[in-house]
Ligand binder design. Structure first.
Ligand code: NAD
Length: 482
C-alpha cells in the first residue's frame, strides 16, 4: 500500500476542500483485495449546485477568462511541470487505485503532463479567420470561452483522461466542474493541490466526487452548465444525451469500442502479433481503443492462432505495483464479474485457447488471465459486445470484402488496426472501415493534433487539436460594411 494514503476524499469547491452537504460518502476499494481503503464524499445535487455557482463566479468575476492566452498558457505549463515532477507518485497512486500495472500508469501520468503542454501551446498559436470582400466588407471571428464546462470521466486511465478534458477546457478560458469516476477517485483528488501550486485562481477548477446517477446526473441536468464533455460507456452516453437535450447543451461524447485488428496474409507477422497482444492486453484490456476482435486471413490463421495463444500465456499477470507486471487487477469486483461472465458466455460460443479465468496464485483481487477465444462467429456476443478486459475474439476471413464486412459488422466504430504490406489495400481498407481512427501497421501511436473520436455507437464529435478548442469556445462572426 502506498505511504500517506488519505482516509477520506472531499470535494474541492471554490478553492476549499468540503464534505457533501448531507455528509454522504461512498466506499473505494483496493482492486487487489476488494477491501475498502477510503471513503469519498458522495456528491448530490446540492454539492453540484455549489460547485457550479463557484465556477460561474470565477467565470463572471475572476481573471481566468480575461487573461491573455499567453498568461493562461504559462500557468498551464506550470501544471505540466508539476505533474511531470510527481509522475512516480501519481503512477503509484493510480496503479493502487485502478489496478493498472505501475509501468503503464507511469506512461499515463506523463501523457497527462503532455496534454496540458499541448493545449497551453495551442491557444497561444491559435489564429482565427478573417474574410474580406474587397472594398465592401470585413468579417472576422471572435472566439470566446463558453462558461462552466461539465467534465465527466471514466475509471480506465482516470488521471490522463481527466487531463484530456481539463487541458483544453481551461486553456480556452472556461471554468470547470469535474466529476471523476467513482471506482477511481484517488488521483483526481491531486488536481486541487497541483492547480493551486501552479497559480490557477480559486473557483476555476472544481471537483465533485460521487456516483454517476447522483453527482453526474445533477451536473448533466444543471441549467448553469452549457457544455458536457463525457467519456464512458455508450449506454451512459445515450442517457446523458437525453438528459442534456432539454437544455440544448453542447456535447462531446467519447464512448465504447469493439475495435478490429485485421491481419492480412502478407503482413509482417512478428510485428502484428506483438502489436495485437499489446493492443488488447495492455492497460488490463480496459482500453477504449483495444483491438478486441482480431480478424486473420485464412492462409496464416492457424499459425497466427498458435503463436498468439502461446504469447498470451507468457503475458505476466501480477500485482499492479510490481514493475514486471503486464496485466494487473481489474478495477472493481463489479467489473470483474462482468468480464468473468463474458468468459463463461465465450466458452459456449467459441473455442478457448488461452486463459479463461483467474490464474492460479491469486486468492483475492480481480485478476484475469489473458484470455483468447478463436473461431468466433460474427453473431457471438463476445464478438459484438464490449468486454473491456483482457479477452480477445479471433475470427478467420478469406477475402478483403469479407474482412471489411466483419470489421464493420458491430455497433461500434472507434478504432481499427490494419496489418498488410500492400499499400493500396491498406489505404483502401482504411477508407472503407467504419471507425473514427485507423492505425496502419502501427499500434496506437497518438498525435495530439489529430481528431480523436468515434463513429456509430462510439461517439459524437471529435476532440484533439483545434477540434477541442472549437468545442470549448463560441465562435462569433463579426460583420462590418466598409
Ligand atoms: P461509465 O459510462 O459507467 O461511467 C463514466 C462516467 O460517467 C463516470 O464518472 C460515471 O460516474 C458517470 N455516469 C454514470 N452514469 C451517469 C449518468 N446517468 N449521468 C451522468 N454521469 C454518469 O463508463 P466506465 O465504466 O467508467 O468507463 C468505461 C467505458 O468508457 C468503456 O465503454 C470505454 O470504452 C469508454 N471509454 C471511451 C473512451 C473514448 O475516448 N472513446 C476512453 C476511455 C473509456
Amino acid at each position: 500500500m502506498p505511504a500517506d494514503l488519505p482516509e477520506r476524499l472531499l470535494h474541492y469547491i471554490g478553492g476549499e476542500h468540503v464534505a457533501s452537504a448531507d455528509g454522504a460518502t461512498f466506499e473505494v476499494l483496493d482492486p487487489t483485495s476488494n477491501e475498502t481503503y477510503l471513503h469519498a464524499a458522495a456528491g448530490q445535487a446540492a454539492d453540484v449546485d455549489r460547485a457550479v455557482a463557484a465556477a460561474q463566479r470565477a467565470f463572471d468575476e475572476g481573471p481566468w477568462p480575461r487573461m491573455l492566452p499567453r498568461e493562461r498558457s504559462r500557468v498551464l505549463h506550470r501544471v505540466a511541470d508539476i505533474v511531470e515532477s510527481r509522475d512516480a507518485r501519481l503512477a503509484e497512486l493510480e496503479s493502487f487505485d485502478s489496478g493498472l500495472p505501475i509501468t503503464q500508469a507511469l506512461g499515463q501520468a506523463r501523457r497527462a503532463a503532455e496534454n496540458f503542454r499541448f493545449f497551453a501551446d495551442l491557444v497561444v498559436a491559435q489564429t482565427d479567420d478573417a474574410f474580406k470582400v474587397p472594398g465592401r466588407q470585413l468579417n472576422y471571428v471572435n472566439r470566446k470561452p463558453i462558461g462552466v464546462a461539465g467534465l465527466i470521466t471514466p475509471w480506465n486511465t482516470p488521471f490522463m483522461l481527466e487531463s484530456w478534458k481539463l487541458g483544453p477546457a481551461l486553456a480556452t478560458g472556461n471554468t470547470v466542474v469535474l466529476k471523476p469516476a467513482e471506482f477511481t477517485p484517488l488521483s483526481a483528488s491531486l488536481w486541487a493541490g497541483i492547480f493551486e501550486e501552479a497559480g490557477v485562481p480559486a473557483g476555476v477548477f472544481n471537483l465533485v466526487h460521487g456516483l454517476g446517477e447522483e453527482a453526474g446526473d445533477a451536473l448533466v441536468k444543471h441549467p448553469g452548465v452549457p457544455l458536457i464533455s463525457f467519456t464512458g460507456e455508450s449506454r451512459t452516453g445515450q442517457l446523458i444525451f437525453a438528459n442534456a437535450a432539454p437544455h440544448l447543451k453542447g456535447l462531446s461524447m467519447e464512448l465504447g469500442g469493439k475495435s478490429p485488428a485485421v491481419v492480412f496474409a502478407d503482413a509482417d507477422l512478428d510485428a502484428a502479433i506483438d502489436a495485437t497482444i499489446f493492443g488488447v492486453f495492455s492497460l488490463n484490456g480496459e482500453r477504449c481503443t483495444a483491438g478486441s476482435r482480431i480478424l486473420v486471413q485464412r492462409g496464416i490463421y492457424d499459425e497466427f492462432v498458435e503463436r498468439f495463444a502461446a504469447q498470451a500465456t507468457r503475458v505476466v499477470v501480477g500485482p499492479p505495483h510490481d514493475e514486471r507486471t503486464e496485466v494487473g487487477a481489474l478495477v472493481h469486483p463489479e467489473h470483474y464479474a462482468k468480464v468473468m461472465g463474458y468468459i463463461e458466455v465465450g466458452r459456449t460460443e467459441a473455442r478457448l485457447v488461452a486463459g479463461g479465468g483467474c490464474p492460479d496464485g491469486f486468492p483475492t483481487g480481480n485478476y484475469v488471465a489473458p484470455t483468447v477465444f478463436v473461431d468466433v462467429p460474427a453473431d457471438a456476443r463476445i464478438f459484438q459486445e464490449e468486454i473491456f478486459g483482457p479477452v480477445v475474439a479471433i475470427t478467420p476471413f478469406d477475402t478483403d470484402d469479407e474482412a471489411l464486412a466483419l470489421a464493420n459488422g458491430v455497433r461500434y466504430g472507434l478504432a481499427a488496426y490494419i496489418w498488410t504490406n500492400d499499400l493500396t489495400r491498406a489505404h483502401t481498407f482504411a477508407q472503407a472501415v467504419e471507425s473514427g481512427m485507423v492505425w496502419l501497421n502501427s499500434n496506437n501511436v497518438r498525435d495530439l493534433r489529430t481528431p480523436f473520436g468515434g463513429v456509430k455507437a462510439s461517439g459524437l464529435g471529435h476532440e484533439g487539436g483545434y477540434r477541442s478548442v472549437d468545442f470549448y469556445t463560441h465562435q462569433q462572426a463579426v460583420h462590418i460594411s466598409l
